[in-house]
Design a protein around this ligand. Sequence first.
Ligand code: ATP
Length: 587
Amino acid sequence: MEYSEVAEKYAELEGISGRNEMTRVLAELLEHTPKSELPLLVYMTQGKLRPDYEGVELGLAEKLALRALVSASGLSQEKVYSTYVKLGDLGSAAEELLKNKSQGTLFSEGLTLKRVYDTLLRVARQSGSGSVDAKLRELASLLNDATPLEARFIMRTVTGELRLGVADYTVLDAAATAFLGGKQARGPLERAYNVHPDLGFVVASVASKGAKGIEGVGVEVGVPIRPMLAERLSSADAIVKKMGDKRVTAEYKLDGERLQIHKEGGKVSLFSRRLEVITSHYPDATELVAKHVRARRAILEAEVVAINEDTGEYLPFQELMHRRRKYGIEQAIADYPVALNFFDILLAGSADLTGKPYTFRRKKLVELVEATERTRLVPATTTSDPKEIEQFMEEAIENGCEGLVVKDPGSSYRAGAREFAWIKLKREYRSELTDTIDLVVVGAFHGRGRRAGRYGTYLLATRDEARDVFTSVAKVGTGFSDQDLEKIPKLLKPYESSVKPPGVESNMVPDVWFRPHMVIEIIAAELTLSPIHTAAMGRIRPGAGISLRFPKFTGKVRGDKGPEDATTVEEIVGMYNRQLKKVEAVQ
Ligand code: ATP
């Protein structure tokens, strides 16, 4: 398939904001794409090269991208940079600059989708010495053969800034339209995607094997499952009521990192909440699983928590984050020992357990996990009495937990869903009006006084899922330790941007912009309406967004979350409405 055809469709998609229209255009494109190239097309349309869980990262640094553009256009560095700043994004700059290029391209071959894809994959995978030059050469040669329109999309893709607004569910709708006769057939596709989150694979399966092929997609060792998530409510009473006034099971909500554990014989792989492979962070955990899980093949979920080796007590999340390092892991294992706390099982032997009720799965866990100092089942209690749940909550907090996750005993494992089958109850809900929320750092302001020469405050954004953008919600300057003030700018450095990054919506202009990458945890006194911040703009009142009052950094950089996992605008609106109800109830 010619890349020009793809680029033209991208240009069309860019101009569309309605989801129906977008689905229609995308469905057409899918129908036109040879089956063997469907996965390539699907990944690329979302600005990716492989499913997320394989960890192939696009996101060439701004500086390198500009150098490639200098080389491909034959223009001066100044001209290239000033065009970039004037137009505000690398894609438009590439298009503009290559328009004026002498027509050497007339003799070059047209680009195919496959060539663009293969080249970008090589660029993304190169690392080590000499890789910078190799990346530059590859990219410049691609740009050399590209038309200006193609260059626009190649540049945006390679820098990780292709934002066509094509969400996962839009691709599923389009695939249902193209291959199953209509959007209404999306359900089975969605189920397949939740248990096998590789959109390229799912779309190619339905294209070649139809509905039957999709039914056959199941849980598989080595392919992470999208995690089931919890809703939130603010009291045990409300939770028991919501679950239908019956017996429910409350479990400790441990303050660690979620692990999805895949075991096949002696081989154990670990996936994070974001489905990244993190096996190398926890060699000790993989050993524990190999030793103490009595199943040849299994997929389990556990919260890994740092512990005090002498007392067995749980330690806070920050301790665990010392384990997120590339070097010196042996030392980190000795300094920060961990325990695995199992709370679910999704596959045992050849049996897919996701459709079984929670009680069945918990029993299976008891059967298969040998309880040791380092491998435990998450403490749980079953009751219909809210008072008992409150008590259990106090006990959990005493023991260093964040609170509870209450589970509906009859519920199946709903991959990828945040529903009321699991409901979390945290201490903060009771003293503060809002829960902690996880926000994306999109900018920073220089500090003054004690913070001169460093960043004083950060601009934070929520995720607007429906529109695939990040909207500003707060400026935060409190809660940072001296160590945080040193460390955070270093972590953010690779994501600096000279212009407002595409996909960020903010009326405030910080001193430095960052591409959405880092997620930090924030607690606030309450949510208020704001004429400045763009989160949920117009949703509660025309001309007003929602912002946080007295936001404070909790000390947690959520290394286990990416921008796509940040708190969403929908959640913020939900919290605002619940807060309003509470205030009204008090008045
Ligand atoms: P939070 O920011 O509160 O950790 P989250 O957005 O990461 O929430 P939620 O679905 O809201 O995810 O909360 C569930 C998270 O709590 C899980 O991802 C897991 O890491 C953690 N957790 C701790 N104990 C349990 C448990 N017993 N059952 C399920 N999840 C648990």
